[in-house]
Design a binder for this molecule. Structure first.
Ligand SMILES: [Zn+2]
Length: 180
């Protein structure tokens, strides 16, 4: 039996949250045994294979397990060997990073394609269109708005973006396998 590591404990915590106590118990067994078939799990938990399959499906849908499969050439019988997805948190980091990147890109595009006006009293910062509608006066204190030079900000955001887009090996997406 394998010893349960820190990563396994984190994985089990996620399993508990996403797949309930059953998901937790099944994943714990898979982790300890390194690899389990549906049949082994159904024997270990003394439940019908379709019950185990449902739980595994739930784990797999949440990306918590991966599998390899073998096919018996005589019977065409397919056996799945389940393992804990130890890349789960790498995927998670990549996903979070992709979201941040997308937000930065939107901000960059927005800043690049708009002119801005600000109030000298720093109440507001609005686009050209909104400033035009407001008669180029501050909607809060009525001071005359002045045009802002945001080229430094655009340059800064552009640099952040191009640095973030440089490939870094530990942030590569890990391909997600699909059952069947
Ligand atoms: Zn103002």
């Amino acid at each position: 039996m394998r010893r349960i590591t820190e990563v396994d404990l984190d994985l089990l915590a996620v399993a508990y949250k996403l797949a309930g106590a059953e998901g937790y118990a099944v994943l714990e067994t898979i982790i300890k045994e390194r690899e389990c078939t549906d049949e082994e799990l159904s024997d270990a938990f003394k439940v019908k294979p379709n019950v185990i399959r449902q739980i595994i499906y739930n784990l797999e849908r949440n990306d918590l397990v991966t599998f390899r499969k073998t096919i018996d050439l005589k019977t065409n019988w397919v056996t799945f060997y389940w393992r804990a997805n130890r890349n789960y948190f790498k995927n998670y980091v990549y996903y979070k990073r992709a979201k941040i990147l997308e937000r930065n890109r939107k901000r960059y595009e927005y800043e690049k394609s708009h002119g801005f006006f600000t109030c000298p009293n720093k109440c507001t910062r609005i686009t050209f269109d909104d400033a035009y509608d407001a008669g180029f006066r501050c909607p809060i204190c009525n001071e005359v708005l002045s045009m802002e030079d945001n080229s430094k900000l655009v340059e800064f955001l552009g640099n952040v973006l191009s640095n973030a887009l440089k490939p870094s090996p530990e942030h590569r997406p890990v391909s997600r396998s699909k059952r069947h």
